[in-house]
Design a protein around this ligand. Structure first.
Ligand SMILES: CC(C)(COP(=O)(O)OP(=O)(O)OC[C@H]1O[C@@H](n2cnc3c(N)ncnc32)[C@H](O)[C@@H]1OP(=O)(O)O)[C@@H](O)C(=O)NCCC(=O)NCCS
Length: 323
C-alpha cells in the first residue's frame, strides 16, 4: 500500500453517490449523471458530495506500478486484476465535488473465506498467493432449486428452494490511498473513514457474508497511524526488506597501465561492499517469549529498509456457522 499518482480516465464509469457526514453513509443510489443530488446531510459538512466509480485499468496500473516500486513483492499485474475482477464492488474510486481534480482516493479490498484469511493474518498465506477463484467467497445466488426424488418419481412439478448458507469472510484492505492533493481541512471527513464505511456498507448489503474481521498489511507511517486509529492491532506477522552488506570476493583489480599489452592484477586497497536486497518474514510469537529485537531475529549486519506489519480488527471472535 503505497502512494501513487493515479489519474481518472476519460472513460470513467457512471458514478454513484455516498453521503459523508455522520458516522453511517446512506444507501447508494445509482445515477446516470454526476454528481448525485445532494442530501441535506452531505451539504452540511465540507467533505462535499462523494461519488464512487469502479476502478479503471489506468488507475489500477498506477497503483500497481507505484506499489512495485516501493514494495517489490512477487505480485503480478494479472493477479491484481483478477482480484479486482472477482469482487469489483470492493475496489472503489472515490470522487468529491470539493476536490479540484475530482479524484479523492482509492481502496482495494479482498474478501477472503475465513480459513484463508486467518492464514493470511499469520503469514502462512502471502498476499501474492491469494487466488480469488479458490479463496474468495462464492458469488451470491438467491437460492438453490432442489427437486426431491419422490417428487420426480411421481412426476410432481414441485421444486424446493434452499437458501444458501452464509459464508464467513475476512475483508483484507490491500490498498488504500488518498489521492487528492489538497490537504484536508479539520471539518472534512478523513478519507480512510469514508472508504472503510463504504466498504462496510457494501459488504453488509450483500446479505450472504458474515464479516468476521478486517485486516491490512501496513507499510507506511500514514498507513500504520490510520489503521491504529481505526482500532486495528498487530498480529505479530511482519514482512521486511533488508539489505545485507556483502564483501566482494573478487578483491582484485585488473590494470593495464604496466607493460604494454600485459594485464596486471593488483589488490584493492579495501574490499568493496555490495548491498543485496532481501525479503524476510517474522512470524507471530517469534519474538514472544524472549522478546528478541528485530535485529536479533533477522541477524546482525542486516539493515531494515522497510517493515510492513499485518494488522487486524476482529468483528466476530468465534466461528459462527450461520444458516
Ligand atoms: C492512509 C491514508 C489513506 C489515510 O488517509 P486519511 O484518513 O485521509 O488521513 P491522512 O493520512 O491523509 O491524514 C494525514 C494527517 O492529516 C490530518 N488530517 C487528515 N484528514 C483530516 C481530517 N479530516 N480532519 C483533520 N485532520 C485531518 C491529520 O493531521 C493526519 O495526521 P494524523 O493521522 O497523524 O492525525 C493516507 O495517509 C494515504 O493515502 N497515505 C498514502 C498511501 C498509504 O500510505 N497507504 C496506506 C499504506 S499501509
Amino acid at each position: 500500500m503505497t502512494p501513487t499518482k493515479a489519474a481518472p480516465t476519460a472513460s470513467t464509469p457512471a458514478p454513484t453517490s455516498v453521503t459523508t457526514s455522520g458516522s453511517t453513509p446512506t444507501a447508494e443510489a445509482p445515477t446516470t449523471s454526476s454528481p448525485a443530488t445532494p442530501s441535506a446531510a452531505s451539504t452540511a459538512d465540507e467533505t462535499g458530495i462523494i461519488t464512487t466509480t469502479p476502478i479503471t485499468d489506468e488507475v489500477l496500473r498506477a497503483v500497481y506500478a507505484s506499489d512495485q516500486e516501493m514494495y517489490p513483492v512477487g505480485l503480478t499485474y494479472s493477479r491484481l486484476r483478477q482480484w479486482v475482477a472477482a469482487c469489483p464492488d470492493l475496489s472503489i474510486c472515490f470522487q468529491s465535488t470539493k476536490i479540484k481534480q475530482g479524484l479523492l482516493g482509492v481502496v482495494i479490498v479482498l474478501p477472503l473465506l475465513r480459513s484463508y484469511w486467518e492464514d493470511l493474518l499469520t503469514g502462512k498465506l502471502k498476499e501474492p498467493d491469494i487466488d480469488p477463484e479458490k479463496m474468495f467467497p462464492r458469488p451470491a445466488s438467491s437460492s438453490t432449486p432442489v427437486r426431491t426424488p419422490g417428487m420426480a418419481a411421481r412426476g410432481g412439478g414441485k421444486t424446493l428452494h434452499v437458501m444458501p448458507q452464509k459464508q464467513e469472510v475476512g475483508l483484507h484492505v490491500y490498498h488504500i490511498e488518498r489521492l487528492a492533493v489538497e490537504p484536508p481541512t479539520p471539518k472534512q471527513k478523513r478519507f480512510s473513514d469514508i472508504a472503510m464505511e463504504e466498504v462496510t456498507r457494501r459488504s453488509e448489503e450483500r446479505g450472504d457474508w458474515v464479516v468476521v474481521g478486517h485486516s491490512a498489511l501496513t507499510a507506511t507511517d500514514g498507513g500504520k497511524r490510520t489503521f491504529q486509529r481505526l482500532g486495528f492491532k498487530s498480529t505479530g506477522y511482519r514482512e521486511l526488506f533488508v539489505t545485507t552488506a556483502r564483501r566482494n570476493s573478487q578483491a582484485t583489480l585488473s590494470s593495464s597501465d604496466g607493460l604494454a599489452g600485459e594485464t596486471q592484477e593488483r589488490e584493492r586497497p579495501e574490499a568493496e561492499e555490495e548491498e543485496e536486497l532481501e525479503m524476510m518474514f517474522i512470524y507471530p510469537d517469534e519474538d514472544g517469549a524472549s522478546r528478541r529485537s528485530v535485529s536479533e531475529i533477522i541477524g546482525y549486519g542486516r539493515k531494515v529498509v522497510s517493515m510492513s506489519e499485518m494488522t487486524v480488527k476482529h468483528l466476530v471472535s468465534d466461528a459462527i456457522p450461520v444458516a
